[in-house]
Ligand binder design. Structure first.
Ligand code: 6GU
Length: 245
């Protein structure tokens, strides 16, 4: 997969050199390029923003530097398929684990990090000629710009690429992979500061352990994220699930 990120703060994306994603880049599993939007300006002051038509607070990102940047990265498209342009915005569609799985199937993702009050809307319309455009939000709160959201989205997508996570089984049994939160986990010692690991986990009975974990998933989800249970596909419940539910 190829990922291009366009930002006026390329240094914000430096953590993508580290850890799992940094290793994936070193191993050639992921090609990731960060571009400075200002390098696509032509004026002396490298201007990327201007005042909003209609008035109001703040500044709006100008269209032409974005068009230059996006044309440049689209020209480098690695595959036959049109690249996906992800536009991080609190006004976007919600980014979920399902979105991460979808985007992990693409040949090229381009992330357009807006700042200020956003990017001139005509860029988003025009970009649909070259890209599949996906405005995406992490959740219902406001960040100062798209960069931190891109760190989160690239990590969520990158770890799903083949070979990036050493043991692919760890992707199966994690929160949100099956619509429920993860069960609690414990390690040695079995007794710590007068707190015991649940007996069942020491029993060696793997059938019982699996049922206990499933039950804990439902209990936790009901307590912390009841909205997920509303959306949970009741048709996929097996008999043990129904008992736990
Ligand atoms: Cl993707 N961008 C910004 N600027 N704020 C956000 C967000 C994204 N998701 C939640 N808040």
């Amino acid at each position: 997969m190829r990922i291009d990120v366009v930002s006026i703060f390329p240094d914000y994306l430096a953590p993508l050199d580290l850890s799992l994603i940094g290793k994936a880049r070193q191993d050639g599993l992921l090609e990731l390029n960060v571009h400075d939007l200002r390098s696509f300006t032509t004026d002396k002051h490298r201007t990327v923003d201007d005042t909003p038509y209609g008035g109001g607070a703040g500044m709006v990102m100008k269209a032409e530097p974005w068009a230059q940047a996006l044309e440049s990265v689209a020209a480098a498209a690695p595959g036959e398929r049109r690249p996906v342009l992800v536009v991080p915005s609190p006004a976007g569609e919600r980014f979920t684990q399902a979105t991460a799985y979808e985007l992990a199937e693409e040949d090229q993702l381009v992330f357009a990090c807006g700042r200020y009050e956003g990017i001139d809307e005509r860029v988003i319309e025009w970009a649909a000629e070259h890209f599949t455009v996906r405005p995406m939000s992490l959740g219902d709160y406001v960040l100062n710009g798209g960069e931190v959201a891109v760190l989160a989205m690239v990590e969520a997508i990158g770890r799903l690429l083949p070979g990036v996570v050493g043991n692919p089984e760890s992707l199966v049994e994690e929160s949100h992979s099956d619509g429920l939160l993860e069960y609690p986990v414990y390690t040695k010692p079995s007794s710590w500061r007068d707190r015991e690991v649940p007996d069942i986990l020491l029993s060696g009975n793997h059938g019982k352990i699996a049922r206990w974990r499933r039950h804990e998933q439902f209990r936790r989800t009901a307590e912390r994220r009841p909205d997920l249970l509303d959306a949970f596909d009741a048709g996929s419940l097996d008999r043990a699930d129904r008992a736990a539910f």
